[in-house]
Write a new protein. Structure first.
Length: 162
């Protein structure tokens, strides 16, 4: 009983931490998935990285298009959901890791659905790490001080040039 209680406390602590550190989980709307991936030009051979991949739906959809798709998730419950969801999807990988500790220099497309208070920190990380041809797709929230190269229904696309 004590082990179950401690496990529950640990999971709830991680859920709270992930909600405060970047964003609480709100899934990408299903009707946005294909249009978003079209605007981001997700095709075979693209290295797609999602920061806080939630249930993994965009990682899975990107991999189905032939992209090498990696999703990072720190919420243990969402990690399990995303991992199970992508088990039989070639080129899809879900990693239980804090994306702030991930090198993004090989990414072609970075996807993030992050709260505005966290976007300046992400903007700085991407400006330092992304190659000149890489893009950020920011779902819902714009990156202050950056001009989008494209705007979709619910997303903004930015190119990071060094």
């Amino acid at each position: 009983m004590l082990i179950a209680y401690l496990l529950l406390v640990a999971v709830l602590t991680l859920v709270l931490f992930t909600s405060l550190s970047a964003a609480p989980w709100v899934p990408t709307r299903k009707f946005d998935v294909e249009a978003l991936l079209n605007d981001a030009k997700i095709t075979k051979g693209i290295h797609y990285v999602e920061l806080g991949c939630g249930d993994g739906r965009l990682v899975k959809a990107s991999a189905r298009r032939g992209a090498k798709a990696v999703g990072y998730e720190l919420n243990p419950l969402l990690f399990i959901v995303a991992w199970v969801s992508t088990l039989n999807t070639p080129n899809a990988k879900i990693v239980f890791k804090n994306f702030w500790n991930v090198d993004l220099s090989k990414a072609d497309v970075v996807m993030a659905f992050i709260m505005p208070r966290t976007l300046p920190r992400l903007d700085n990380k991407l400006a330092q790490e992304l190659k000149p041809s890489a893009i950020l797709v920011s779902y819902i929230f714009p990156v202050e001080g950056r001009k989008a190269i494209k705007r979709g229904k619910s997303w903004h696309i930015y190119r990071y040039k060094k």
